[in-house]
Write a protein that binds this ligand. Sequence first.
Ligand code: ADP
Ligand code: MG
Ligand code: ZN
Length: 479
Amino acid sequence: MNYDIVCGLEIHTELMTDTKIFCSCSTRFGGAVNTQCCEICTGMPGAMPSLNKKVVEFAVRTGLALNCDINLLTKFDRKNYFYPDLPKAYQISQLYLPICQNGYIEINDSIHGGKKRVRIHELHMEEDAGKLLHDGEKTLINYNRCGVPLLEIVSEPDINSPEEAAEFAEKLRDILRFCGVSDCKMQEGSLRADVNVSVKPHGAEALGTRTEMKNINSFKAIKNAVLHEAKRQAALIESGGTVVQQTRRWDDRENTSYEMRVKENAEHYRYFPEPDIPPLVISQEYIDLIKSTMPELPDEKKSRYVNELGVTQYDAEVLCSDLALVRLFEKTAALTNSPKDSANWILGEVMRLLSATATLPEDMSFRAESLAEVINLLNEKRITRETAKAVFEKAFLNGVIPSEYIKQNHLELQNDAGEIARVAAEVVENNPKAVGEYLAGKEKAIGFLIGQAMKRLGGKASPNDVAEYIRKKLSEIDS
Ligand code: ADP
Ligand code: MG
Ligand code: ZN
Protein backbone atom coordinates (compact mmCIF):
# COMPACT_ATOMS: atom_id res chain seq x y z
CA MET A 1 0.00 0.00 0.00
CA ASN A 2 1.21 3.52 -0.79
CA TYR A 3 -0.71 4.77 2.21
CA ASP A 4 0.02 5.11 5.91
CA ILE A 5 -2.54 3.68 8.30
CA VAL A 6 -3.69 5.92 11.15
CA CYS A 7 -5.80 4.48 13.92
CA GLY A 8 -7.16 5.56 17.28
CA LEU A 9 -9.09 3.34 19.68
CA GLU A 10 -11.86 4.17 22.13
CA ILE A 11 -12.12 1.33 24.59
CA HIS A 12 -15.03 0.76 26.95
CA THR A 13 -14.50 -1.44 29.95
CA GLU A 14 -17.06 -2.48 32.56
CA LEU A 15 -15.80 -2.08 36.10
CA MET A 16 -15.87 -4.89 38.68
CA THR A 17 -17.76 -2.92 41.31
CA ASP A 18 -20.48 -4.81 43.17
CA THR A 19 -23.04 -2.10 42.51
CA LYS A 20 -23.90 0.28 39.69
CA ILE A 21 -22.42 3.75 39.21
CA PHE A 22 -25.40 5.82 40.40
CA CYS A 23 -27.55 3.39 42.41
CA SER A 24 -27.08 0.30 44.56
CA CYS A 25 -28.38 -2.31 42.08
CA SER A 26 -26.13 -5.33 41.50
CA THR A 27 -23.82 -5.39 38.46
CA ARG A 28 -23.70 -9.19 38.33
CA PHE A 29 -23.55 -10.56 34.77
CA GLY A 30 -26.19 -13.01 33.60
CA GLY A 31 -28.89 -12.40 36.26
CA ALA A 32 -32.57 -12.98 35.40
CA VAL A 33 -33.81 -10.34 32.97
CA ASN A 34 -34.88 -7.00 34.51
CA THR A 35 -34.30 -8.06 38.12
CA GLN A 36 -31.27 -5.82 38.74
CA CYS A 37 -32.81 -2.40 38.23
CA CYS A 38 -34.51 0.35 40.17
CA GLU A 39 -36.09 3.77 39.63
CA ILE A 40 -32.66 5.39 39.30
CA CYS A 41 -31.05 3.17 36.68
CA THR A 42 -34.30 2.94 34.67
CA GLY A 43 -34.63 6.73 34.68
CA MET A 44 -37.94 7.28 36.48
CA PRO A 45 -38.87 10.97 36.80
CA GLY A 46 -37.50 12.56 39.93
CA ALA A 47 -35.07 9.75 40.81
CA MET A 48 -31.72 11.10 41.98
CA PRO A 49 -28.35 9.51 41.15
CA SER A 50 -25.52 9.37 43.67
CA LEU A 51 -21.99 8.53 42.63
CA ASN A 52 -20.39 5.20 43.61
CA LYS A 53 -17.06 6.03 45.29
CA LYS A 54 -15.49 2.77 44.13
CA VAL A 55 -15.86 3.92 40.51
CA VAL A 56 -13.76 7.00 41.27
CA GLU A 57 -11.14 4.87 42.98
CA PHE A 58 -10.97 2.48 40.01
CA ALA A 59 -10.75 5.40 37.55
CA VAL A 60 -7.87 6.98 39.49
CA ARG A 61 -6.10 3.64 39.80
CA THR A 62 -6.39 3.03 36.06
CA GLY A 63 -5.33 6.59 35.26
CA LEU A 64 -2.18 6.17 37.35
CA ALA A 65 -1.43 2.84 35.64
CA LEU A 66 -1.80 4.55 32.26
CA ASN A 67 0.59 7.40 33.23
CA CYS A 68 -2.21 9.98 33.18
CA ASP A 69 -2.63 13.29 34.97
CA ILE A 70 -5.50 13.05 37.44
CA ASN A 71 -7.76 16.12 37.46
CA LEU A 72 -8.47 17.35 40.96
CA LEU A 73 -11.75 18.79 39.74
CA THR A 74 -13.90 16.61 37.53
CA LYS A 75 -17.49 16.91 36.28
CA PHE A 76 -20.23 14.80 34.76
CA ASP A 77 -22.15 15.76 31.63
CA ARG A 78 -25.35 14.58 29.98
CA LYS A 79 -25.06 13.06 26.55
CA ASN A 80 -28.53 13.10 25.04
CA TYR A 81 -29.70 10.58 22.52
CA PHE A 82 -32.86 8.64 22.00
CA TYR A 83 -32.58 4.88 21.80
CA PRO A 84 -34.69 2.17 23.45
CA ASP A 85 -31.78 0.73 25.46
CA LEU A 86 -31.42 4.09 27.24
CA PRO A 87 -34.57 4.73 29.30
CA LYS A 88 -33.48 8.19 30.56
CA ALA A 89 -32.82 9.26 26.94
CA TYR A 90 -29.43 10.51 28.11
CA GLN A 91 -26.25 8.91 29.32
CA ILE A 92 -24.36 10.41 32.23
CA SER A 93 -20.79 10.71 30.95
CA GLN A 94 -17.89 13.15 31.06
CA LEU A 95 -17.01 15.53 28.23
CA TYR A 96 -15.60 18.83 29.47
CA LEU A 97 -13.53 17.74 32.48
CA PRO A 98 -12.77 14.01 32.37
CA ILE A 99 -11.13 12.48 35.44
CA CYS A 100 -7.82 11.55 33.75
CA GLN A 101 -5.90 12.94 30.77
CA ASN A 102 -2.55 12.80 28.97
CA GLY A 103 -1.33 9.28 29.53
CA TYR A 104 0.36 6.67 27.35
CA ILE A 105 0.94 2.95 26.84
CA GLU A 106 4.24 1.71 25.45
CA ILE A 107 4.03 -0.83 22.62
CA ASN A 108 6.35 -2.27 19.97
CA ASP A 109 6.78 0.04 16.97
CA SER A 110 5.78 -2.18 14.05
CA ILE A 111 7.03 0.32 11.45
CA HIS A 112 10.40 1.55 12.77
CA GLY A 113 11.26 -1.21 15.25
CA GLY A 114 11.95 -0.53 18.94
CA LYS A 115 9.30 0.84 21.27
CA LYS A 116 6.81 3.66 20.88
CA ARG A 117 4.25 5.42 23.01
CA VAL A 118 0.59 5.51 22.09
CA ARG A 119 -0.74 8.56 23.89
CA ILE A 120 -3.96 8.36 25.85
CA HIS A 121 -6.07 11.45 25.28
CA GLU A 122 -8.34 10.82 28.24
CA LEU A 123 -10.09 8.36 30.48
CA HIS A 124 -13.59 9.10 31.73
CA MET A 125 -16.37 7.55 33.78
CA GLU A 126 -19.83 6.85 32.38
CA GLU A 127 -22.78 4.48 32.63
CA ASP A 128 -23.59 1.56 30.37
CA ALA A 129 -26.92 1.25 28.55
CA GLY A 130 -29.37 -1.68 28.61
CA LYS A 131 -29.33 -4.54 26.20
CA LEU A 132 -31.69 -5.13 23.27
CA LEU A 133 -32.63 -8.71 22.46
CA HIS A 134 -33.94 -9.09 18.94
CA ASP A 135 -36.44 -11.91 18.81
CA GLY A 136 -37.95 -12.32 15.35
CA GLU A 137 -40.45 -9.50 14.85
CA LYS A 138 -40.09 -8.25 18.41
CA THR A 139 -37.31 -6.52 20.26
CA LEU A 140 -37.06 -7.14 24.01
CA ILE A 141 -35.14 -4.96 26.44
CA ASN A 142 -33.07 -6.05 29.42
CA TYR A 143 -32.30 -3.12 31.74
CA ASN A 144 -29.93 -5.01 34.06
CA ARG A 145 -26.91 -3.47 32.33
CA CYS A 146 -28.25 0.11 32.60
CA GLY A 147 -25.99 2.01 34.95
CA VAL A 148 -23.18 -0.55 35.08
CA PRO A 149 -20.04 1.59 35.48
CA LEU A 150 -17.79 2.01 32.48
CA LEU A 151 -14.44 3.58 31.89
CA GLU A 152 -13.91 4.90 28.39
CA ILE A 153 -10.26 5.14 27.43
CA VAL A 154 -9.52 7.19 24.31
CA SER A 155 -6.20 6.96 22.51
CA GLU A 156 -4.65 9.58 20.28
CA PRO A 157 -4.36 8.53 16.62
CA ASP A 158 -0.84 7.15 17.26
CA ILE A 159 -1.47 3.59 16.10
CA ASN A 160 -0.10 2.77 12.65
CA SER A 161 -0.80 -0.86 11.87
CA PRO A 162 -3.26 -3.68 12.61
CA GLU A 163 -0.64 -5.33 14.87
CA GLU A 164 -0.14 -2.16 16.89
CA ALA A 165 -3.90 -1.81 17.35
CA ALA A 166 -4.18 -5.34 18.73
CA GLU A 167 -1.11 -4.94 20.95
CA PHE A 168 -2.42 -1.67 22.39
CA ALA A 169 -5.76 -3.28 23.23
CA GLU A 170 -4.12 -6.38 24.73
CA LYS A 171 -1.75 -4.34 26.86
CA LEU A 172 -4.62 -2.22 28.05
CA ARG A 173 -6.59 -5.35 28.97
CA ASP A 174 -3.63 -6.73 30.94
CA ILE A 175 -3.22 -3.45 32.83
CA LEU A 176 -6.93 -3.30 33.68
CA ARG A 177 -6.82 -6.86 34.95
CA PHE A 178 -3.66 -6.38 36.99
CA CYS A 179 -5.23 -3.29 38.56
CA GLY A 180 -8.22 -5.41 39.54
CA VAL A 181 -10.69 -2.94 38.03
CA SER A 182 -12.22 -5.13 35.30
CA ASP A 183 -12.31 -8.80 34.38
CA CYS A 184 -12.19 -7.73 30.70
CA LYS A 185 -14.20 -10.73 29.53
CA MET A 186 -14.62 -9.80 25.91
CA GLN A 187 -17.19 -12.54 25.30
CA GLU A 188 -19.39 -10.95 27.99
CA GLY A 189 -18.84 -7.47 26.56
CA SER A 190 -16.85 -6.15 29.49
CA LEU A 191 -14.17 -4.88 27.08
CA ARG A 192 -15.21 -3.49 23.71
CA ALA A 193 -13.41 -1.26 21.25
CA ASP A 194 -14.49 1.43 18.81
CA VAL A 195 -11.91 1.40 16.05
CA ASN A 196 -11.21 4.65 14.16
CA VAL A 197 -9.24 4.33 10.94
CA SER A 198 -7.99 6.69 8.25
CA VAL A 199 -5.28 6.52 5.61
CA LYS A 200 -2.96 9.17 4.20
CA PRO A 201 -0.43 9.18 1.37
CA HIS A 202 2.82 7.66 2.56
CA GLY A 203 4.75 10.21 4.67
CA ALA A 204 2.07 12.98 4.45
CA GLU A 205 1.58 15.21 7.51
CA ALA A 206 -2.17 15.84 7.43
CA LEU A 207 -4.46 13.08 8.64
CA GLY A 208 -7.11 11.69 6.33
CA THR A 209 -10.83 11.47 7.05
CA ARG A 210 -11.62 8.66 9.46
CA THR A 211 -14.40 6.15 9.78
CA GLU A 212 -15.39 4.51 13.04
CA MET A 213 -16.39 0.87 13.63
CA LYS A 214 -18.16 0.38 16.93
CA ASN A 215 -18.23 -2.33 19.61
CA ILE A 216 -15.62 -4.74 18.31
CA ASN A 217 -15.09 -7.48 20.86
CA SER A 218 -12.02 -9.53 20.02
CA PHE A 219 -8.36 -8.71 19.38
CA LYS A 220 -8.43 -10.60 16.12
CA ALA A 221 -11.45 -8.60 14.98
CA ILE A 222 -9.69 -5.32 15.92
CA LYS A 223 -6.73 -6.35 13.77
CA ASN A 224 -8.92 -7.39 10.84
CA ALA A 225 -11.06 -4.27 11.06
CA VAL A 226 -8.01 -1.97 10.84
CA LEU A 227 -6.51 -3.92 7.96
CA HIS A 228 -9.62 -4.22 5.83
CA GLU A 229 -10.96 -0.74 6.48
CA ALA A 230 -7.57 0.78 5.57
CA LYS A 231 -7.55 -1.26 2.36
CA ARG A 232 -11.10 -0.22 1.54
CA GLN A 233 -10.26 3.46 2.03
CA ALA A 234 -7.05 3.22 -0.01
CA ALA A 235 -8.88 1.54 -2.90
CA LEU A 236 -11.63 4.16 -2.70
CA ILE A 237 -9.10 7.01 -2.93
CA GLU A 238 -7.17 5.27 -5.73
CA SER A 239 -10.36 5.02 -7.77
CA GLY A 240 -10.96 8.76 -7.41
CA GLY A 241 -13.47 8.61 -4.54
CA THR A 242 -13.34 10.33 -1.15
CA VAL A 243 -13.71 8.87 2.31
CA VAL A 244 -16.73 10.18 4.21
CA GLN A 245 -16.66 10.47 7.99
CA GLN A 246 -19.13 7.84 9.09
CA THR A 247 -19.90 5.09 11.54
CA ARG A 248 -19.63 1.69 9.94
CA ARG A 249 -20.62 -1.74 11.15
CA TRP A 250 -17.78 -4.28 11.16
CA ASP A 251 -18.79 -7.78 10.12
CA ASP A 252 -16.03 -10.07 11.30
CA ARG A 253 -17.28 -13.14 9.45
CA GLU A 254 -17.39 -11.32 6.13
CA ASN A 255 -14.26 -9.25 6.83
CA THR A 256 -16.07 -6.15 5.60
CA SER A 257 -17.54 -3.00 7.06
CA TYR A 258 -20.94 -1.56 6.09
CA GLU A 259 -22.15 2.00 6.25
CA MET A 260 -24.45 2.59 9.26
CA ARG A 261 -24.83 6.31 9.55
CA VAL A 262 -23.06 9.59 9.03
CA LYS A 263 -21.06 10.13 12.19
CA GLU A 264 -22.57 12.28 14.92
CA ASN A 265 -20.50 15.09 16.33
CA ALA A 266 -20.51 16.27 19.92
CA GLU A 267 -23.12 18.93 19.14
CA HIS A 268 -25.58 16.30 17.99
CA TYR A 269 -25.61 14.94 21.52
CA ARG A 270 -26.50 18.35 23.02
CA TYR A 271 -24.10 17.79 25.88
CA PHE A 272 -24.62 19.89 28.99
CA PRO A 273 -23.36 19.69 32.59
CA GLU A 274 -25.21 17.02 34.61
CA PRO A 275 -27.30 19.05 37.09
CA ASP A 276 -27.98 16.17 39.51
CA ILE A 277 -24.34 15.43 40.34
CA PRO A 278 -22.16 18.15 41.84
CA PRO A 279 -18.61 18.63 40.51
CA LEU A 280 -16.24 16.23 42.19
CA VAL A 281 -13.19 17.49 44.04
CA ILE A 282 -10.42 14.93 44.48
CA SER A 283 -7.69 15.56 47.03
CA GLN A 284 -4.01 14.97 46.43
CA GLU A 285 -3.97 12.84 49.61
CA TYR A 286 -6.58 10.55 48.08
CA ILE A 287 -4.50 10.14 44.91
CA ASP A 288 -1.36 9.49 46.99
CA LEU A 289 -3.23 6.85 48.98
CA ILE A 290 -4.17 5.01 45.79
CA LYS A 291 -0.63 5.46 44.47
CA SER A 292 0.70 3.73 47.56
CA THR A 293 -1.46 0.66 46.90
CA MET A 294 -0.74 0.28 43.18
CA PRO A 295 -0.11 -3.31 42.13
CA GLU A 296 2.91 -4.34 40.11
CA LEU A 297 1.97 -3.75 36.46
CA PRO A 298 2.52 -6.27 33.63
CA ASP A 299 5.68 -4.70 32.17
CA GLU A 300 7.29 -4.28 35.59
CA LYS A 301 6.43 -7.85 36.50
CA LYS A 302 7.88 -9.26 33.29
CA SER A 303 11.16 -7.44 33.67
CA ARG A 304 11.44 -8.49 37.33
CA TYR A 305 10.83 -12.13 36.38
CA VAL A 306 13.56 -11.92 33.73
CA ASN A 307 16.13 -9.79 35.54
CA GLU A 308 15.73 -10.92 39.12
CA LEU A 309 14.27 -14.42 38.93
CA GLY A 310 16.12 -15.72 35.88
CA VAL A 311 12.96 -16.61 33.96
CA THR A 312 13.28 -16.44 30.16
CA GLN A 313 11.61 -13.56 28.32
CA TYR A 314 9.23 -15.95 26.60
CA ASP A 315 8.24 -17.69 29.82
CA ALA A 316 7.71 -14.32 31.51
CA GLU A 317 5.40 -13.24 28.68
CA VAL A 318 3.30 -16.39 29.00
CA LEU A 319 3.13 -16.23 32.80
CA CYS A 320 2.12 -12.57 32.76
CA SER A 321 -0.58 -13.14 30.15
CA ASP A 322 -2.89 -14.37 32.87
CA LEU A 323 -3.37 -13.39 36.50
CA ALA A 324 -4.14 -16.97 37.56
CA LEU A 325 -0.76 -18.05 36.13
CA VAL A 326 0.94 -15.13 37.86
CA ARG A 327 -0.53 -16.16 41.23
CA LEU A 328 0.36 -19.82 40.72
CA PHE A 329 3.90 -18.95 39.67
CA GLU A 330 4.61 -16.52 42.50
CA LYS A 331 3.31 -18.85 45.17
CA THR A 332 5.08 -21.92 43.77
CA ALA A 333 8.34 -20.01 43.37
CA ALA A 334 8.12 -18.85 46.98
CA LEU A 335 7.39 -22.35 48.30
CA THR A 336 10.11 -24.07 46.27
CA ASN A 337 12.61 -21.27 46.33
CA SER A 338 13.15 -22.09 42.67
CA PRO A 339 11.52 -19.69 40.20
CA LYS A 340 13.13 -21.48 37.27
CA ASP A 341 11.72 -24.92 38.15
CA SER A 342 8.36 -23.33 38.91
CA ALA A 343 8.27 -21.60 35.53
CA ASN A 344 9.32 -24.81 33.76
CA TRP A 345 6.60 -26.85 35.40
CA ILE A 346 3.92 -24.24 34.69
CA LEU A 347 4.97 -23.74 31.07
CA GLY A 348 5.29 -27.51 30.66
CA GLU A 349 2.96 -29.75 32.66
CA VAL A 350 0.42 -27.15 33.76
CA MET A 351 -0.06 -25.75 30.26
CA ARG A 352 -0.19 -29.26 28.80
CA LEU A 353 -2.92 -30.32 31.22
CA LEU A 354 -4.84 -27.06 30.76
CA SER A 355 -4.98 -27.59 27.04
CA ALA A 356 -5.67 -31.35 27.27
CA THR A 357 -8.66 -30.66 29.51
CA ALA A 358 -9.72 -27.43 27.77
CA THR A 359 -9.50 -25.57 31.09
CA LEU A 360 -8.88 -21.84 31.45
CA PRO A 361 -6.11 -20.89 33.92
CA GLU A 362 -8.68 -19.05 36.07
CA ASP A 363 -10.57 -22.33 36.48
CA MET A 364 -7.57 -24.37 37.70
CA SER A 365 -8.57 -26.08 40.93
CA PHE A 366 -5.33 -27.57 42.29
CA ARG A 367 -3.37 -25.65 44.88
CA ALA A 368 0.02 -24.05 44.34
CA GLU A 369 1.13 -26.01 47.43
CA SER A 370 0.59 -29.25 45.48
CA LEU A 371 2.79 -28.18 42.60
CA ALA A 372 5.42 -26.96 45.06
CA GLU A 373 5.39 -30.31 46.91
CA VAL A 374 5.99 -32.22 43.70
CA ILE A 375 8.85 -29.92 42.69
CA ASN A 376 10.43 -30.11 46.15
CA LEU A 377 10.17 -33.92 46.37
CA LEU A 378 11.71 -34.23 42.93
CA ASN A 379 14.52 -31.81 43.72
CA GLU A 380 15.25 -33.70 46.95
CA LYS A 381 15.45 -36.84 44.80
CA ARG A 382 12.71 -38.47 46.85
CA ILE A 383 10.61 -39.31 43.78
CA THR A 384 11.45 -40.00 40.15
CA ARG A 385 10.52 -37.58 37.38
CA GLU A 386 7.93 -40.10 36.15
CA THR A 387 6.31 -40.25 39.59
CA ALA A 388 6.42 -36.47 39.82
CA LYS A 389 4.54 -36.06 36.55
CA ALA A 390 2.02 -38.78 37.33
CA VAL A 391 1.28 -37.44 40.81
CA PHE A 392 0.99 -33.87 39.62
CA GLU A 393 -1.52 -34.99 37.01
CA LYS A 394 -3.59 -36.55 39.80
CA ALA A 395 -3.37 -33.31 41.78
CA PHE A 396 -4.43 -31.32 38.73
CA LEU A 397 -7.34 -33.59 37.82
CA ASN A 398 -8.62 -34.83 41.18
CA GLY A 399 -7.07 -32.53 43.72
CA VAL A 400 -5.04 -35.25 45.48
CA ILE A 401 -2.40 -34.00 47.91
CA PRO A 402 0.89 -35.21 46.41
CA SER A 403 2.77 -35.97 49.66
CA GLU A 404 -0.13 -38.03 50.99
CA TYR A 405 -0.67 -39.86 47.74
CA ILE A 406 3.02 -40.70 47.49
CA LYS A 407 3.04 -42.05 51.03
CA GLN A 408 -0.16 -44.09 50.59
CA ASN A 409 1.09 -45.64 47.36
CA HIS A 410 4.67 -46.12 48.55
CA LEU A 411 6.09 -44.13 45.68
CA GLU A 412 8.93 -42.62 47.63
CA LEU A 413 12.36 -43.61 46.41
CA GLN A 414 14.54 -46.06 48.36
CA ASN A 415 17.32 -43.75 49.37
CA ASP A 416 18.94 -46.19 51.72
CA ALA A 417 22.32 -46.56 50.04
CA GLY A 418 23.06 -49.76 51.95
CA GLU A 419 19.91 -51.41 50.62
CA ILE A 420 20.63 -50.36 47.03
CA ALA A 421 24.23 -51.61 47.29
CA ARG A 422 23.05 -54.93 48.74
CA VAL A 423 20.52 -55.48 45.91
CA ALA A 424 23.11 -54.45 43.28
CA ALA A 425 25.58 -57.00 44.63
CA GLU A 426 22.92 -59.69 44.70
CA VAL A 427 21.84 -59.03 41.12
CA VAL A 428 25.44 -59.10 39.86
CA GLU A 429 26.00 -62.37 41.68
CA ASN A 430 22.85 -64.04 40.41
CA ASN A 431 23.21 -63.11 36.75
CA PRO A 432 26.58 -64.45 35.58
CA LYS A 433 25.50 -64.55 31.94
CA ALA A 434 24.71 -60.82 31.69
CA VAL A 435 27.78 -60.02 33.75
CA GLY A 436 29.93 -62.12 31.39
CA GLU A 437 28.52 -60.35 28.35
CA TYR A 438 29.13 -56.97 29.91
CA LEU A 439 32.70 -57.81 30.81
CA ALA A 440 33.22 -59.08 27.26
CA GLY A 441 32.44 -55.57 26.02
CA LYS A 442 28.68 -55.67 25.50
CA GLU A 443 27.80 -52.33 27.17
CA LYS A 444 24.09 -52.94 26.74
CA ALA A 445 23.99 -55.92 29.06
CA ILE A 446 24.12 -53.55 32.01
CA GLY A 447 20.57 -52.42 31.18
CA PHE A 448 19.31 -55.87 32.05
CA LEU A 449 21.09 -55.81 35.40
CA ILE A 450 19.71 -52.37 36.25
CA GLY A 451 16.23 -53.56 35.30
CA GLN A 452 16.53 -56.57 37.60
CA ALA A 453 17.70 -54.44 40.50
CA MET A 454 14.92 -51.88 39.95
CA LYS A 455 12.41 -54.72 40.01
CA ARG A 456 13.71 -56.01 43.31
CA LEU A 457 13.62 -52.49 44.73
CA GLY A 458 9.99 -52.20 43.61
CA GLY A 459 10.91 -49.29 41.31
CA LYS A 460 11.52 -47.15 44.36
CA ALA A 461 15.08 -46.13 43.71
CA SER A 462 16.50 -43.67 41.29
CA PRO A 463 17.71 -45.58 38.20
CA ASN A 464 20.82 -43.41 38.23
CA ASP A 465 21.72 -44.47 41.76
CA VAL A 466 21.11 -48.12 40.93
CA ALA A 467 23.25 -47.90 37.78
CA GLU A 468 26.03 -46.36 39.79
CA TYR A 469 26.10 -49.22 42.34
CA ILE A 470 25.95 -51.88 39.64
CA ARG A 471 28.84 -50.27 37.73
CA LYS A 472 30.82 -50.13 40.94
CA LYS A 473 30.19 -53.82 41.60
CA LEU A 474 31.11 -54.77 38.03
CA SER A 475 34.35 -52.84 38.12
CA GLU A 476 35.27 -54.67 41.31
CA ILE A 477 34.82 -57.98 39.47
CA ASP A 478 36.68 -56.71 36.41
CA SER A 479 39.80 -55.69 38.31
P1 ADP B 1 -15.40 11.28 18.78
O1 ADP B 1 -15.47 11.36 20.27
O2 ADP B 1 -16.37 12.17 18.08
O3 ADP B 1 -15.48 9.88 18.26
P2 ADP B 1 -12.57 12.14 18.87
O4 ADP B 1 -11.96 13.32 18.19
O5 ADP B 1 -12.60 12.18 20.35
O6 ADP B 1 -14.00 11.92 18.27
O7 ADP B 1 -11.74 10.89 18.40
C1 ADP B 1 -12.14 9.62 18.63
C2 ADP B 1 -11.05 8.66 18.23
O8 ADP B 1 -10.71 8.79 16.87
C3 ADP B 1 -9.78 8.84 19.01
O9 ADP B 1 -9.33 7.56 19.44
C4 ADP B 1 -8.81 9.42 18.00
O10 ADP B 1 -7.49 8.97 18.25
C5 ADP B 1 -9.31 8.84 16.71
N1 ADP B 1 -9.02 9.68 15.56
C6 ADP B 1 -9.17 11.01 15.46
N2 ADP B 1 -8.81 11.43 14.24
C7 ADP B 1 -8.43 10.34 13.54
C8 ADP B 1 -7.96 10.13 12.20
N3 ADP B 1 -7.83 11.11 11.32
N4 ADP B 1 -7.67 8.86 11.83
C9 ADP B 1 -7.82 7.84 12.70
N5 ADP B 1 -8.25 7.99 13.95
C10 ADP B 1 -8.57 9.23 14.37
MG1 MG C 1 -16.11 7.96 19.05
ZN1 ZN D 1 -30.64 0.73 40.00
